[in-house]
Design a protein around this ligand. Structure first.
Ligand SMILES: NC(=O)c1ccc[n+]([C@@H]2O[C@H](COP(=O)([O-])OP(=O)(O)OC[C@H]3O[C@@H](n4cnc5c(N)ncnc54)[C@H](O)[C@@H]3O)[C@@H](O)[C@H]2O)c1
Length: 342
């Protein structure tokens, strides 16, 4: 089969979780990705499901994922429920024979991650590491693969989020398991074939210090050593006043590649207050095209049987780094990856 097939026969997708990112994905499935159709929505919040059904024209709404899996029209599911439900949903969807696109993190424990990967052995499984579908990150990756910088020696990845509405609602370790997990994957993407060996992480509540006593971590730096010798840092803040800021960098003996741009467009204002660029305030604006491109790529895999570019193995590797970082920040010492994986 060729890539034409997903366009000629769009993949029927059931969405599980219609909250912040789920609603954006639902709109993409219905309106932005011609290779997909949104045929069902499940969310225990029937208001959320109904809102999305209205804007997408989807006529089947359910209050749980099991109903989507029992719907014979559904060929693939997109899991955008809260992270603690992901692994069980991947297992159930795989058992039902559905292709699976799962938001990151695919699981929050390694036992669950391995269980999910095992269950999905015979169905396409793609993880929502959307940075891999951003044109800049992809070009940087391709240049590393093409040998332009040589073997990476230094790597960087950072996430700065404009803010969190309710610091009290942020669970401990979120900065590692939900946010920096993107950076851990980006570092692996910019250092292809290499795996993390050890991790040293420091985290604090610097942006919202009033919540430090409750264990909030809103600022973190993670140092990672890879098995090809590269030394990497990943950093995150939940309070960037200037907007969403995601960047990556790989440096080697032959030069350096960078990816990511805070500017909303190339338009730059020059005036009495200085030189000014507008920035994005929402991830779905900054990575709009990448979020859609990953769903289109997934649909092509479902139709032509090719292997998704972001696999369950990638999910396990990024989660291993995240769990090592959680332990390192908690214990104040470097942690070897094999301490969390064995
Ligand atoms: N790739 C990215 O850039 C990105 C961005 C945001 C969120 N995410 C991930 O997507 C997931 C959802 O995040 P969000 O920000 O949309 O959260 P959210 O809280 O805004 O939405 C979650 C939705 O899931 C629903 N829900 C709860 N339990 C459910 C269940 N068992 N089955 C189905 N639906 C259920 C809730 O009612 C809610 O509508 C998280 O895992 C998060 O890490 C990824």
């Amino acid at each position: 089969m060729t890539r034409i097939d997903a366009l000629a026969h769009p993949v029927a997708v059931g969405l599980i979780g219609a909250g912040g990112i789920g609603a954006f994905h639902g709109e993409s499935l219905a309106h932005r990705a011609p290779e997909t159709r949104l045929v069902a929505i499940a969310d225990p919040s029937q208001a959320a499901a109904a809102r999305l059904a209205e804007t997408t024209g989807c006529d089947s709404i359910y209050d749980d994922g099991a109903s989507v899996l029992a719907d014979d029209r559904v060929e693939a599911v997109l899991i955008a429920a809260p992270s603690q439900f992901h692994a069980d949903l991947v297992v159930a969807a795989s058992k039902a024979g559905k292709a699976v696109f799962c938001e990151k993190p695919m699981a929050v424990t390694l036992d669950d991650a391995h269980r999910a990967v095992g269950a999905a052995a015979d169905v396409p499984l793609q993880i929502g590491f959307n940075r891999r579908f951003d044109a800049g990150f992809r070009a940087a990756h391709d240049q590393v693969v093409g040998g332009r910088i040589g073997t990476p020696q230094l790597l960087r990845s950072l996430t700065r989020d404009p803010g969190i509405p309710d610091p009290a609602a942020v669970r401990h370790s979120t900065i590692f398991l939900e946010t920096l997990i993107h950076d851990f994957d980006a570092l692996r993407y910019l250092n292809p074939g290499a795996e993390a060996v050890d991790v040293y992480a420091v985290a604090d509540a610097l942006a919202y210090p009033d919540f430090a006593d409750q264990g909030l971590q809103d600022t973190a730096v993670v140092m990672i050593r890879f098995d090809n010798g590269a030394i990497a840092t990943a950093e995150a803040s939940f309070h960037a006043t200037y907007g969403y800021d995601i960047r990556g960098e790989a440096f080697g003996p032959g030069g350096m590649v960078t990816a990511g741009d805070q500017r909303r467009t190339t338009a730059t204002y020059f005036g009495p207050e200085g030189v000014v660029n507008d920035s994005w305030q929402r991830n779905v604006d900054l990575f709009h095209d990448a979020y859609v491109a990953q769903l289109r790529a997934f649909a092509h895999c479902v139709r032509d049987g090719s292997t998704p570019e972001v696999s369950g193995r990638d999910a396990v590797a990024a989660l291993s780094i995240a769990l090592a970082a959680v332990r390192s920040a908690g214990e104040g010492r470097p942690v070897r990856i094999d301490e969390v994986t064995r």
